[in-house]
Each structure stands twice: as C-alpha cells, then as structure tokens.
Design a protein around this ligand. Structure first.
Ligand code: PHE
Ligand code: NA
Length: 500
C-alpha cells in the first residue's frame, strides 16, 4: 500500500497552518498577550517562538519526513520501543482534546445562526449557560442531552470524518485550500470593521501598551512558552503526522518558518481585531477596557454577543462572520488532531484508513457527546485546563530530552533536514532544542507539579476554579498519568505485519 502524500507544497503548508491557526489564535492569544505585559509580551513571545516553537516545529517536520509514519511509528522507527510510548502519549492527549474541541466548534456553528436576529437577547451570559448549555445542574453531575449542542456536534463530526475519509490530498489538503483562504478573508473583514468602530483606539492602546516590569516575571515567560506550544500544535503528534505525508524531496526548515510566522501573523491580527472590538464595547459601556477584556468561552460566547448587540448597521452579518471564522479555524485544527490517531491506529493494527476513521473518530465522537449533556461544560473546562497544562509542558519536555539527550538524534535529523531544505540548520538549532527549551520547560514543569500536587493539601492555596483538593488532584493525575500509562501499554502491542 502506497503512503498517501500531499499534492503540493502549498497544500502541506496550508494544512499545517490550518492546524496551527485555531481557537487559540482568536480567543487565547489576545488575552494572554494583554495580561502578560501587552506590547512588552512580544519579547518573551518572540523568544519562545524562535528558541522553542520553530526549532521544535523543524524537529517534528524532520521526524515525520524522515521516518514517514504517525508519531508512534516514527518514534518506533527511530528508536524501537524506547520512544514509541511517547508517540502514543501525545496521540492519546490529542484524542482527548479532540473530544471537547469538537464541542466548542459546535457551539460556534450554532452561534453563527444565532447571530441573525441576536437570538441570545440582552443577558448573553444567562443565555449561554442556562438556555443554550442548560448548565443548571450541580457541578460534576450530568443530565440529559442538550439538543442545541448535540445537533451541530453531529455535523462537526460528519464534516471532519468525511474529510478524513476522503484522504490526505483529496480530503485534508482540499478542505484547507478552501477553508484557510476563506478564513483569512472573513477575518480581515472583521478586523477592518472592528478597527473603524468608535473607541477602537482605546482597545488597541490597552493591547499594545508595553508593561516592561512584567517581563521580569518568570510567569510571563512560562505563559509565552505554554502559548507557543499550544498555538503551533507542537508536542501533540500532529506535525509529525502531517509531515509524514510530504514527498521525499520537500523543503522542511523553510516550511516550518512559514508555518510559524503565518500562525503568529494571524494571532497578531486577531489581537488587533479583538481589542478594537473590546475598545468599542468599553466605550459604549463607559468602563475601562480592563473590565471587558477576557478570553476563551467568556470572550467568544458572552462578550462578543454583547458587542454584536450594540453594533450599528448590519450587526447580524458581523456576528455570523465572527462565529463562522471560529468554526473554520476550529475545523481545520480538529482535522489535524483527529488525523494523529487515525494514522496511528491504522498503522498499528494494519487496518484501512476508513476503518481507522470509523473506529477512532467514531469513538471520539461518541465520547464528545458527554460534553453535549446538561452540566457537560464543567467537564469540558476541567479537562481543558488540566490536559493542556500537562500536555504542553510534559510531552514537549520529554520529547526534546529524548531526542537531544537520550537518543542523541539531533545530528542525524539536522543532516536529514539540510539535505532538502533551503535554510540550513546550524548549531543554534541544537542549542535551542538541547539546552534552552529543556531549561524553560523544566522550570515550567516544576512549577506545575508544585502547584498541582505538592501544594494540594496546603489550605492556603486555592485550586483552579475552586475545585476541591480531591477533584483537582484526580484531574491532574488523570490527565498526567492516564495518558502516559495508556501510551506505555499501547506501545507494548506489536505493530501489524502489514506495516513495513
Ligand atoms: N493550534 C490550535 C490553536 O491555536 C490549537 C490546537 C492545539 C489544536 C493542539 C489542535 C491540537 O487553537
Ligand atoms: Na495557533
């Protein structure tokens, strides 16, 4: 069986950018930057991008291109059983993330329709939580299916799995060729509209105003690294899988730079659009920007609907464009994350791609229904917080240590990348991977463990969202330990004989 391939260089780049550009660019980056020093955040951000983001992207592209397999198969071919488990660990984390990422896309889809006529009314928060999500049950309890979420959720999975069934070139590449340019155009329209609103300047000032004191704070550097990992979809098995479909004679390093800068460019654009809109909102309400600035679910599904309510002119269309942008950005990321376990499953068991989509994607789709039940949001939020915290820091850290120090493969990978790439890798690349990134991530990991495990039974420190100690510790260990243990167990199973 011939391995599937991208049809063109642009197709691969669009798919990689499609994976990178996601909800994180729109609802996460603007607030992270604002909270961590505004204009001054660009120093740690650029540092993290250049010392960790792009070097690791190059590393993952090279691994996929050289070993031509899903993340676990690539690690297996590189090292035998020594690193295969790491690939499965990342695949399993990706699997879990896909189950709730899909749900948020479903909300965005539903809100695209709600935009016309502003179905959410005046109390956008009450509408989201009580009417739309029916969250009026106690935390940790689940109730019945919420049909308003369930129906678009089915649609999200049908689209995503349908695209994966169509294949790498005819499915993923084709979809990204349409979705990404459309997304960029829609988003440009939104940003232009936003910056021409009254008070936009106020928002932009709040966003760009540099707070240099902040960058002395290690937490700001940790935030920059954490965001870069999430935003570039690295350490999630994704970029290894995507680059395993590159034809033999493909550029690697230049493609990684293009992907990294395109993602950052989009993020910056989103920061401008979001804060211009927040400036407008603050002006309308006559409050400081800090009072309306927020991120995540609150920004997209509570504050934006309020902004849309107040806009003069064709506000329904502006709203629809915003939520359609979220939907498109999310779908292209969901495809990529789902492809990690579709590829892994099909290679491990020697089953066809379609069967792997059916079983792997089907299982993720079924599990995601849990988040479409009354009270499901509680699990979604908790899962996201703990999985991401652990996903980004731990897998990234172990991946670089494994490659640079245990398997000592940076030299081999460097030669491989240089063979077909425009930009040649030098010593700087090895220093970034082997020294700078492990130090920063190691520091980050240490902080996370102290906070989530060691301080658990210290009554003075509050847990995330006020969770009980037991719940917080369980979630942390489940997100950290379960994926890790499953990774090791799956790596003990033999590869199918049909996998060369
Ligand atoms: N890179 C995506 C974003 O910025 C998030 C993502 C991470 C998607 C990991 C899939 C996997 O939103
Ligand atoms: Na991103």
């Amino acid at each position: 069986m011939n391995r599937q391939q991208w049809g063109s260089r642009a197709g691969f780049i669009l798919a990689a950018v499609g994976s990178a550009v996601g909800l994180g660019n729109i609802w996460r980056f603007p607030y992270v930057a604002y909270e961590n020093g505004g204009g001054a955040f660009f120093i740690p951000y650029l540092f993290a991008l250049l010392t960790a983001g792009i070097p690791i992207l190059i590393m993952e592209f090279t691994i996929g291109h050289k070993y031509r397999g899903s993340a676990p198969l690539s690690f297996f071919r590189m090292s035998g059983k020594k690193a295969e488990w790491l690939g499965w660990w990342a695949v399993f984390v990706s699997f879990v993330i896909s189950t709730y990422y899909a749900v948020i896309i479903a909300w965005a889809m539903r809100y695209t329709i709600f935009s016309f006529g502003q179905a959410w009314g005046e109390d956008t928060e009450g509408f989201l939580f009580t009417e739309f999500l029916q969250l009026d049950v106690a935390p940790g309890e689940t109730g019945g299916i919420v049909w308003g979420v369930f129906i678009p959720l089915v649609l999200v999975w049908v689209i995503t799995l349908g695209i994966l069934v169509a294949g790498v070139k005819k499915g993923i590449e084709y979809a990204n060729r349409i979705f990404i340019p459309t997304l960029v155009i829609l988003f440009l329209i939104i940003v232009i509209r936003a910056v021409t609103l009254e008070g936009a300047g106020l928002g932009l000032t709040a966003f760009f105003e540099p707070n240099f004191e902040n960058i002395m704070d290690p937490a700001v550097w940790v935030a920059a690294y954490g965001h870069i990992f999430f935003s570039l979809s690295i350490a999630f098995a994704i970029m290894i899988t995507y680059s395993s479909y590159l034809p033999k004679k493909s550029d690697i390093t230049n493609n990684a730079f293009i992907t990294g800068f395109a993602n950052s460019g989009f993020e910056l654009l989103a920061g401008i659009g979001v804060f211009a809109a927040l400036g407008y909102m603050a002006t309308q309400l006559d409050v400081p920007v800090s009072e309306v600035a927020t991120a995540g679910v609150g920004l997209a599904f509570v504050v934006f609907p309020q902004i849309i309510n107040q806009l003069p002119g064709l506000n329904g269309i502006f709203g629809a464009l915003f939520f359609l942008s979220l939907t498109l950005a999310g779908l292209t990321s969901l495809m990529s994350i789902t492809e990690t376990y579709v590829a892994g499953l099909s290679e491990k068991l020697g089953i066809s791609r379609n069967k792997a989509v059916l079983f792997g994607g089907g299982l993720a789709a079924l599990i995601s229904i849990l988040f479409a039940t009354q009270g499901g949001l509680f699990f979604l939020d908790a899962a996201d917080y703990y999985i991401n915290q652990f996903g980004v820091a731990a897998i990234g850290l172990i991946e670089v240590i494994m490659i640079a120090w245990i398997l000592r493969k940076t030299g081999v990978l460097q030669n491989h990348a240089n063979l077909t790439s425009d930009i040649h890798l030098g010593g700087w690349w090895k220093v970034c991977l082997g020294v700078v990134t492990p130090i920063v991530l190691g520091y980050m990991m240490f902080g996370l463990i102290t906070q989530n495990v060691l301080q658990q039974f210290d009554n003075d420190t509050g847990n995330y969202e006020g969770y009980t100690d037991e719940f917080a510790l369980t979630m942390f260990l489940a997100s950290a330990g379960a994926a890790f243990v499953i990774g090791i167990i799956v790596s003990l199973i033999k590869w199918s004989r049909s996998t060369p």
